[in-house]
Design a protein around this ligand. Structure first.
Ligand code: TXA
Ligand code: MG
Length: 315
């Protein structure tokens, strides 16, 4: 099959080889993961990482997540502690990112970590990224493949939307199943969730058999920056006066089908709602609505992550 867009490639051996070659030459490629699509580059190469920051227009104070194939590979760069081992065993590969202490002899370029002395480590679970990591002898620094503050992309076309021809290779791996970014947990001290995600704090508490810290974080993460994940139109909670040029994001079966109503999950399933969140917001933006109203989303499990993203998008 011929590619419709010259920089979106299907996942086959030839394109895999092209991608590997490009990454080895310190270039940046768009790759699918199970959470959202990422902008990938060699985490050991300053040249590559500089390109990521430039493409994303990302402030240098915001560190990137480093993606590994196995914990053995990660142990070259970070100290793996007991809490890590428990969570790794239960959830990895999967949508969970660990903040761990960086080893002095680590080859990760300091730009990746914003000189923090810690590294965000993730083991993604998508056949494309898994295969690529396996074939490389370096880990991939990979933020979500959106321009800073925009919505994260969940398809190859979304990535194209963000970067147009500035990216030479985007691998099409279908829609990201989870649809929101990984849960980020700081394990450098008392465990603390820095960014909520599909894996909830309750699940983590259960595995660690300890309470999590709710102290304010010292470090700034984009996930903690006030404005983030924005569709670029005003977002209002509640449903005061919705005219037909306003979009209404709803949840659950009590809503009728209307042209300007966007149901995140008719079944009232929070996981499904999370998977539909960014997709829906992109759709609304494309249809040129002036404002987005949002229905109440239950604040539990994946609902916590959804409300976190909505709150930031509304800032
Ligand atoms: O699901 C995901 O995590 C996606 C896919 C592509 O893996 N990646 C992603 O990356 O969301 P990004 O760069 O958009 O978000 C990374 C988050 C930010 O909130 C960043 O501040 C935080 O991780 N982070 C990275 N390194 C950190 C560190 N050393 N300490 C604290 N937070 C860190
Ligand atoms: Mg991001």
């Amino acid at each position: 099959m011929k590619n419709i867009y010259s920089n979106i490639y299907s996942f086959n051996r030839k394109n895999l080889e092209k991608t590997i070659k490009s990454l080895k030459q310190a270039n940046i490629v768009g790759l699918p993961t199970e959470t959202v699509y990422g902008l990938a580059g060699n985490a050991y190469s300053k040249k590559a990482v500089k390109k990521i920051f430039k493409l994303k227009k990302r402030p240098k104070i915001n560190p990137l997540i480093v993606h590994y194939d196995s914990f053995k590979q990660a142990s070259k760069d970070v100290y793996l502690n007991e809490n890590f081992r428990k969570l790794y065993k239960k959830f990895c590969p999967g949508p969970l990112t660990f903040i761990l202490k960086k080893k002095r002899k680590s080859k990760i370029t300091s730009l990746v970590t914003a000189n923090l002395g810690s590294v965000a480590v993730r083991f993604p679970n998508h056949k494309v990224i898994k295969k690529i990591l396996k074939l490389l002898d370096f880990p991939l620094a990979m933020p979500s493949a959106n321009v800073s503050e925009n919505l994260s992309p969940i398809s190859a076309l979304d990535v194209l939307d963000e970067f147009k021809d500035k990216l030479k290779i985007i691998i099409n791996g279908g829609n990201s199943k989870i649809g929101i970014e990984s849960t980020v947990i700081d394990l450098t001290g008392k465990p603390k969730i820095l960014r909520p995600g599909i894996i909830s704090s309750n699940e983590i508490k259960y595995i660690l058999k300890t309470i999590l810290s709710n102290k304010k974080a010292r470090i700034r993460s984009p996930g903690m920056m006030k404005r983030h994940y924005s569709p670029g139109i005003p977002i209002v909670f509640g449903k005061k006066k919705i005219s037909s040029n306003h979009a209404f994001i709803v949840f659950g079966k009590k809503y009728k089908n209307r042209k300007n109503y966007f149901n995140l999950s008719k079944k009232g399933n929070l996981k499904e709602a999370a998977a539909n969140l960014y997709k829906t917001m992109r759709k609304i933006k494309k249809r040129k609505y002036k404002k987005i109203f949002i229905d109440k989303i239950p604040n539990r499990g994946p609902g916590l992550a959804i409300n976190d993203r909505l709150l930031r998008a509304s800032k």
